[in-house]
Write a protein that binds this ligand. Structure first.
Ligand code: HH2
Length: 281
């Protein structure tokens, strides 16, 4: 079944959300920087996530942690493409986390089933590349971010964070619909931690279901983020697994279709219990 068909079925039925395992091919990611920079290590990690039950993988080569510096295109491609070409043979759809249109096109040519853009295809040329990819069946995930990673956590302020995020994502979806992209190929994401305080993130999670009204799949990525650290008192990202699983469950309860997580096995166990209860009579 294609990724788009799988997303459609989930939005209509009682199927569990898809669990997306994160593979960061970076020296500096906040959660696991440096562990999987070597392509062989990244691939082994991807295999382990699939063995743990990941429904899809998200490969990223540029960290977007607060304060991160941009990575040159050539270096991003050098890190990402060899891992992508091997990961597409693991039997699950592979998403590529990039905002650079040149790399999006190469990723699709190398077998990526989804493009995941923290800038919601807002970089020059990205919208056009994304529309061409969608015409060939690629799914497009667009995230809300206030500012950019270098500056986004410098006092973010909203009059109504839920309404503002929903308006932004609604407008992006409308632009893709107008360009002929089908709803089944569109995914929206409120961008937890991207230009948001802890209180903003909590409010967005509480009201995640209101994004469902836009009519496309919703992705939630809270895994190991600093909001989980602030709520639990866990300073080390690896110590935030239980808090992250709780957040993933709340996101599932509030209508998320895709959960972007580092800890696939733990998330799947929690979802199995949740699913058994909600489908019981
Ligand atoms: N979060 C991160 C990166 N990409 N993409 C989407 N759609 N949603 C997210 O919430 C999201 C994302 C940050 O997490 P991680 O990849 O673990 O860290 P880093 O950016 O430091 O590599």
């Amino acid at each position: 079944m294609s990724l788009a068909a799988s997303l459609r079925d989930r939005r209509r039925g009682q199927a569990m959300p898809l669990v997306m395992g994160v593979v960061n091919i970076t020296p500096d990611s906040f959660s696991d920087g440096g562990r999987f920079l070597d392509p062989a290590a990244a691939l082994r990690h991807a295999e382990a996530l699939v063995a743990d039950g990941a429904d899809l993988l998200d490969l990223g080569a540029e960290s977007s942690r607060p304060g991160a510096a941009p990575l040159p295109l050539a270096e991003e491609g050098r890190r990402l493409l060899p891992v992508l070409r091997a990961a597409v043979r693991l039997g699950v759809p592979v998403s590529v986390d990039t905002y650079k249109p040149e790399l999006m096109a190469e990723a699709v040519a190398s077998g990526a089933a989804m493009l995941n853009d923290i800038r919601a295809f807002g970089a020059p040329g990205a919208f056009e590349v994304a529309c061409r990819a969608a015409a060939g069946g690629t799914v497009l995930a667009m995230m809300h971010m206030r500012g950019d990673p270098a500056t986004m956590q410098a006092g973010p302020a909203y009059a109504d964070v839920v309404a503002e995020v929903r308006a932004f994502l609604g407008a992006r979806v409308a632009a893709f619909r107008a360009a002929g992209v089908a709803d089944d190929q569109l995914v929206i994401d409120p961008g937890f931690g991207f230009g948001k305080t802890v209180a903003h993130n909590v409010e967005l999670l509480r009201h995640l279901d209101s994004l469902g009204a836009i009519g496309v799949a919703v992705l939630a990525g809270l895994s190991r983020k600093s909001t989980i650290g602030a709520l639990t008192g866990r300073t080390q990202p690896e110590g935030r697994v239980f808090g992250s699983v709780a957040a993933a469950l709340i996101a599932a309860q509030n209508g998320a279709t895709i959960l972007r997580v580092h800890d696939v096995a733990a998330t799947r166990d929690a979802l199995a219990v949740w699913q058994a209860v909600r489908t019981s009579r």
